[in-house]
Design a protein around this ligand. Structure first.
Ligand SMILES: [Cu+2]
Length: 113
């Protein structure tokens, strides 16, 4: 004769597995990077794939964020007026360089894991 666990035990195990899977999945974060005094407030940033970065322009001048990623991937976020915010989601793991096209000394590195 086969011994079978009661259905309630099987359901409880299934729920525990599902909750574990949900807890293990990392929610995407939003990180704010400010541009103030012609510098990024962080020189190096480590993010998880899918995290969103919000760039704020706290200067009185226009900036132009340009992102260079792995595999010659690049993205020009365009002109950013004083007080404006732009966001970018780093979708692929790798090493990125972020700079301002107008002020080339403004640079930061981003590592996406
Ligand atoms: Cu700039």
């Amino acid at each position: 004769m086969q011994i079978r666990p009661p259905l309630s035990v099987a359901v409880a195990l299934l729920i525990a597995l599902l909750l574990g899977a949900i807890a293990g999945a990392q929610a995407a974060a939003t990180i704010t990077v400010s541009q103030h005094g012609l510098v990024f407030n962080q020189s190096a940033l480590t993010l998880n794939k899918g995290d969103r970065t919000v760039f704020t322009n706290e200067d009185d001048v226009i900036h132009n964020i340009h992102i260079f990623g792995p595999g010659d991937r690049e993205k020009d976020l365009g002109l950013q007026k004083s007080g404006a915010t732009l966001s970018y989601t780093f979708g692929q793991p790798g090493d990125y360089m972020v700079r301002c096209n107008i002020h080339p000394s403004m640079r930061m590195s981003v590592t996406v894991r």
